[in-house]
Design a protein around this ligand. Structure first.
Ligand code: THU
Length: 130
């Protein structure tokens, strides 16, 4: 049973570290591995706007760097106060690691859960490189 509340709390506590002087939009993400480990990430912006890294990819990078790549779920929260869906690039990056659950949270008590496949149907994957 996935502890969505805990994931949202962890994402929220990471969100405060957001480096987002250009958008002032703070995002936090928490990814849960199938073996029960949590990794968090936040968005990191840059004066060269295209170099920004989203919170989701930040969390995934953290997990992969620690040798974990079997994911069950990823939760996202932002300073905007509404549900924050992952951007297109993050959806593609996440799709590399299977059809995980995605939690879109306003706060610990108000969140929606969906599957990545519903957010990114017909994604490009390794099987398409023939
Ligand atoms: N952002 C994320 O961190 N995740 C998303 O899925 C949407 C966008 C960040 C990137 C940028 O720092 C700010 O939100 C505004 O786009």
């Amino acid at each position: 049973m996935i502890d969505y509340k805990k994931m949202i709390e962890l994402a929220k506590s990471c969100m405060i570290n957001s480096y987002s002087p250009y958008s002032n939009f703070k995002v936090g993400a928490c990814v849960l591995t199938k073996n029960g480990k949590y990794f968090v990430g936040t968005n990191i912006e840059n004066a060269s706007f295209g170099a920004a890294i989203c919170a989701e990819r930040s969390a995934i990078s953290c997990a992969i760097s620690q040798g974990e790549r079997d994911f069950a779920c990823l939760a996202i929260i932002s300073s905007g106060g509404d549900y924050t869906p992952p951007c297109g690039i993050c959806r593609q990056v996440l799709s590399e690691f299977g059809d995980i659950e995605i939690v879109l949270a306003k706060d610990e008590n108000d969140f929606k859960v969906c599957k990545l496949k519903n957010l990114l149907p017909n994604s490009f994957d390794s099987g398409d490189m023939k």
